[in-house]
Structures are given as C-alpha cells and as structure tokens.
Design a protein around this ligand. Structure first.
Ligand code: ATP
Ligand code: MG
Length: 264
C-alpha cells in the first residue's frame, strides 16, 4: 500500500542554516507517527514543507502517492492534508462553534457565498455547515462548549477546537505541530487519547511532540531528527533509548554509537 506520506531527501536551507537536510522517511497509513527532535531540529520546517507553506530546495514529498513538493497549500489541502500550528491560532471573539464554521468558509469561495447570502439555498447551506461543525466539535469532545467564547477555554480545549476546525477539510493526513505545548500532563494525555480516537476512525497523523512519555504512550512509531537530519526511527521505546537520541536531547553523557564512553 502507498504510504500516506513519503519524504525523499527533502532539503530546505535558510541562508547558511540547512533546517532540513536530505531527510527521508515514510509515515504509514492509519497510524500516529511522532516527529521528535530538540529545539531547532527542523520539525516545524518539515511540517511547513509538507503543507506547502515552504517548498523544498531539493528532494521530494509525496502525499498519498502524489508529488506535492511544488504545490500550493490549498492544493495540498484539497488532496487531504490538514494541520494545526505550534501556537494555537483561533480568532478572537468567536465561540468554539464559530471557529469551526469560520474554518469551513476560509477554504471556500467567499465571494460566491456572499452573493447567495440571503437566499434560501444559502440558509440551507449555512445550516448544514453549522451541523457539520457541531458534529466535528462532538468528535473532539467539545460539543458541550459549542457556544463558549474560545478564548475563555483552557489550552487543551482550545487545541481540540483547533483540531475540529482542521477536520472540517476531511483530511486523510493531519499534521499536529506540538499539540500539547503549554499543557499539563492530564490535558496532554487527553490530546494523546484524541489522536488514538481519530486514528481508529481512519485518520493518519504526524505529530511533533517533545514529551517523551507522550511519544511512548501514543505514537505507533517515531522519527527523530537533529540538525535537520534523521537520527533514529522506529518503535518509540527503542528510539528513545538510542544513543544518538540520548545525545541529541541530553548531551554526550551516555555511550555513543560506537560503544565508547564520551565525556560529559
Ligand atoms: N522562516 C525561517 N527563516 C529563517 N530561518 C528559519 C526559518 N524557519 C526556521 N528557521 C531555522 O531553521 C532551523 C529549524 O527550525 P524549526 O523551527 O524547523 O525547528 P523546530 O524543530 O520546529 O524547533 P522548535 O522545537 O523550537 O519548535 C532553526 O535553525 C531555525 O532558526
Ligand atoms: Mg517547531
């Protein structure tokens, strides 16, 4: 089966910094794949390359078997990619439900929509969009807060609203860039459980995550990068024990790959 996502020697430099350096990996379909690495490793750049906000200097990215390396974000979205950002991006002054509704307008031709605005067809369409938004909030466990101003919700709840908005595009692959940033362990675990629920409903997920416990508890497999390069991949528990990963996260205190004791 074609993998949901494949990077083949993807490379992206900013000036003198190669943020993503000949990175190749495959994210299997129907799984939660973790993307780990210390600060500045290149994780967000990978997410931006996949979603078309940035383009590779060389190499190739395929979504569901289609080369998207040179495509614009809305084309990649139409092929089934949705994402959230490292910082929660909600619109101030809107309720949870309105955030999700707004998401579905943003990706449509609003001028066309405006010309229909006062017609029965438009009202019918609007009702359908609100119903779908409510259903999406329900999928992420937030239907009870549909009419609450999103900015008054906790980070964990805001993130779930944001995920509901992303799901409005009916994605096949969801990219989550540090979805648990700023959350306490209980809220983080809830996001982890949500990724499992969505996976079990058929979605594939690539999730940037710093927290090793969450990676172990919720990722089916993990990709670890440092300085733009892949340093480990595979089962989370094994990757976390990998000497290269230990070194990238904690410094040269452990045995390195050659089995030599390095100096602290
Ligand atoms: N738009 C940009 N312009 C210039 N340099 C950038 C840009 N985006 C990222 N970089 C650089 O690329 C490298 C990788 O950054 P990136 O944000 O992808 O890392 P990250 O793994 O997401 O880090 P963090 O864990 O802090 O979110 C860093 O050296 C960063 O300074
Ligand atoms: Mg980042």
């Amino acid at each position: 089966m074609t993998p949901i996502l494949e990077l083949d020697r993807a490379t992206k430099a900013f000036g003198g910094v190669t943020a993503v350096d000949a990175l190749s990996f495959v994210a299997p379909r129907g799984q939660v794949t973790g993307l780990m690495g210390p600060n500045g490793a290149g994780k967000t750049t990978v997410i931006n390359l996949i979603s078309g906000l940035l383009h590779v200097d060389s190499g190739r990215i395929a979504l569901n078997g289609t080369d998207v390396s040179a495509q614009k974000p809305h084309h990649i979205g139409a092929l089934g990619l949705a994402r959230t950002y490292q910082n929660v991006r909600l619109i101030s002054g809107l309720t949870a439900l309105e955030q999700v509704v707004a998401g579905s307008f943003l990706k449509r031709d609003t001028s066309m929509l405006a010309s229909f605005l006062h017609t029965p067809a438009a009202r019918h369409r609007m009702r359908a969009i609100r119903e779908k938004a409510l259903h999406l909030l329900d999928r992420v466990g937030m239907a009870h807060s549909a009419d609450v101003l999103a900015e008054t919700l906790s980070y964990g709840e805001q993130r779930r609203v944001e995920i509901a908005r992303a799901l409005g595009a009916d994605p096949v692959l969801l990219l989550l860039d540090e979805p648990t940033a700023g959350m306490n362990p209980a809220e983080s675990a809830e996001i982890g459980r949500l990724t499992h629920k969505l996976r079990d409903e058929g979605l594939s997920i690539l999730m940037v995550e710093h927290n090793m416990k969450l990676v172990v508890d919720f990722c089916d497999s993990v990709i670890v990068m440092n300085f733009g390069r892949l340093i480990a991949r595979g089962a989370p528990t094994e990757c976390i024990r990998d000497p290269h990963v230990q070194e990238a996260y904690f410094g040269k205190q452990r045995h390195d790959a050659d089995g030599l004791r390095a100096v602290g």
